[in-house]
Ligand binder design. Structure first.
Ligand SMILES: O=C(O)CCC(=O)C(=O)O
Length: 286
């Protein structure tokens, strides 16, 4: 089977810390994955009738619904899509890839920007072998909440926590002004349906506000190289739910292998999924 990425694309990702893959998904996949994620987001956010202005600063950036694969079998087909998982393996140059978690990031009309940040400081995992597939279900322009990336910022030795929730620090660390990256111009990426944008867990990235009257529908799959270990004791569902101790390999049914995986072999819902876990993933229960 031919590889889904060229060596040039892999080299670009390793140099820049992000890669746009035009037409990574077919029109049918965009349609069916989008319909499945729309439904799942609707289910998870049922009962939440707040306007954007009534939400917290973080919630104004997007409606975030994590681990939709667990309770929505139609989404599972997207999360464990073999083509995307193989791309992630090639980009991280590793034989095995697991899913850390998936998430919908739906930026509402009037939604604010996504503050510039790196992902890895949010996750207790090491080494820095993670990549996110950012999957838009419609074209995304800068008016709608396009992403921008600081090329090469994953290679400058920067690892700074930016509190994009604004809960601990009302003014999050201005990472764009950090001397390690201040000279790097952000590259804005507008995409078409079917495009998938991959970014490394240390790449500094941000997204513009949504000034249109349409929802920016985006789904993300976060992958990590099989063999990564838990880095720290602070809580995170992807390690706590499967009792991974500090220094232990992150593995189990909450973070299943996505590549290699046989065609049609899709993981089951983790055995601990139930009201307690489901509630944590729901924005509001009816
Ligand atoms: O989609 C966005 O607005 C932000 C996405 C992001 O930060 C991520 O995928 O790591």
């Amino acid at each position: 089977m031919p590889k889904p990425l060229t060596q040039k694309q892999i080299d670009t990702f390793q140099r820049d810390g992000f890669l746009v893959v035009p037409g990574a998904l077919s029109a049918d996949e965009v349609e069916s994955f989008g319909t499945a994620v729309d439904y799942a987001v609707k289910q998870r956010s049922r009962g939440d009738h707040r306007s954007v202005e009534e939400k917290t600063i973080y919630e104004q950036s997007f409606i975030q619904c994590m681990n939709l694969w667990e309770d929505h079998p139609d989404v599972r087909v997207a999360t464990f899509n073999r083509g995307l998982a193989e791309m992630a393996a090639l980009l991280l140059d590793t034989p095995g890839i697991r899913v850390w978690h998936d998430q919908a990031l739906y930026k509402e009309p009037g939604g604010r920007e996504t503050d510039a940040h790196q992902d890895l400081p949010f996750w207790p995992i090491r080494p820095a072998h993670q990549v996110t597939a950012w999957i838009p279900f419609q074209g995304v322009t800068q008016e709608m909440g396009a992403m921008a990336y600081l090329p090469g910022s994953h290679r400058v030795g920067l690892k700074k926590f930016v509190d994009i929730t604004h809960l601990m620090h009302p003014e999050p660390y201005p990472i764009l002004e950090d001397p390690a990256v201040a000279a790097i111009e952000p590259v804005w990426v507008e995409c078409m349906p079917g495009d998938v944008v991959f970014h490394h867990s240390l790449t500094v990235h941000l997204a513009s506000p949504n000034t249109t009257d349409q929802m920016r529908r985006v789904f993300c799959i976060i992958y990590f190289a099989d063999g990564c270990v838990r880095a720290a004791p602070w809580p995170h569902v992807s390690v706590d739910r499967q009792n991974v101790g500090v220094g232990e390999i992150v593995q189990g049914e909450v973070t299943p292998l996505a590549w290699p995986r046989a065609e049609g072999d899709i993981p089951e819902t983790p055995s601990d999924f139930g009201p307690a876990v489901g509630f944590a993933y729901s924005r509001k229960e009816e």
